[in-house]
Design a protein around this ligand. Structure first.
Ligand code: F6R
Length: 236
């Protein structure tokens, strides 16, 4: 594992964007696994600037996002599809048809999970997977559990996740209770994994995940087994 500690969110964002841009420059047809949440916003802004400046070209790149809330349509401004369009895809020269987010409004959610895994497999897997980490140790929406779930699946969100994500909604009651998330197989089969975290409140869980026992009770701990993991952490 490569652990990079920086002292500002700005530096975290720049380093993360540099790693993602390097992947796309080295392999223009790269498949990027992407995350939502507040942590990657700075990196996405920086990638948009790099694209604008002509330093990186996303025209051949494709993306698969980690997760989506069940019941939120792409038009809903709290959906992860909306988030990705707003914070990244509308600002870079990517082909929108090459960007994928699970469909949280699918009539048959189990079929949607299977479709999503098949889509990732069809693309030949993920070259670089970007991850944030929840304060309960989740990655994607793989919540603490008795087992590591392999494939894309539907989850019931933990009360702590609902609490943490309530800041994006008008009230806690509006946070969806379920989500679709990529499972551990696609994440662990990504050729490279880049985990980013900022804030003092992430320090303890990050430490548990990276140096504690490997257990599904701390889902991110499985990343200790990944052969090419980079972690960037900033306290602020
Ligand atoms: C979002 C996702 C989540 C977040 C995590 C941290 O697509 O997969 O695992 O990365 O909840 O969220 P923030 O960055 O808001 O602290």
């Amino acid at each position: 594992m490569k652990f990079i500690k920086v002292d500002t969110y700005e530096k975290l964002s720049r380093s993360a964007a540099n790693i993602i841009a390097a992947q796309v420059i080295a392999k223009p047809h790269a498949v990027l696994g992407l995350a939502t949440g507040s942590t990657p916003i700075g990196a996405y802004t920086r990638l948009a600037e790099m694209c604008d400046a002509g330093d990186v070209d996303f025209s051949l790149t494709s993306t698969v996002n980690l997760d989506e809330y069940v019941g939120l349509s792409p038009a809903n401004d709290q959906s992860y599809r909306y988030f990705m369009d707003k914070n990244l895809f509308s600002k870079i020269n990517i082909n929108k048809d090459a960007t994928s987010v699970p469909n949280g409004c699918a009539e048959d959610l189990d079929a949607e999970c299977e479709r999503y895994d098949a889509l990732i497999a069809d693309k030949g897997g993920i070259d670089l997977q970007l991850l944030g980490i929840g304060i309960d140790g989740h990655i994607g929406f793989n919540e603490p559990d008795e087992v590591f779930e392999k494939g894309t699946h539907v989850v019931t969100l933990d009360p702590s996740t609902i609490e943490a994500n309530a800041r994006f909604f008008a009230s806690r009651d509006e946070v969806p209770r379920k989500a679709i998330t990529m499972g551990m197989q696609a994440i662990m089969q990504a050729k490279k994994v880049l985990l980013i975290a900022n804030g003092k409140n992430k320090e303890a869980i990050l430490h548990a995940a990276l140096f504690g026992p490997i257990t599904p009770k701390v889902p991110a701990s499985i990343l200790q087994l990944h052969p090419d993991l980079t972690v960037i952490y900033s306290e602020v």
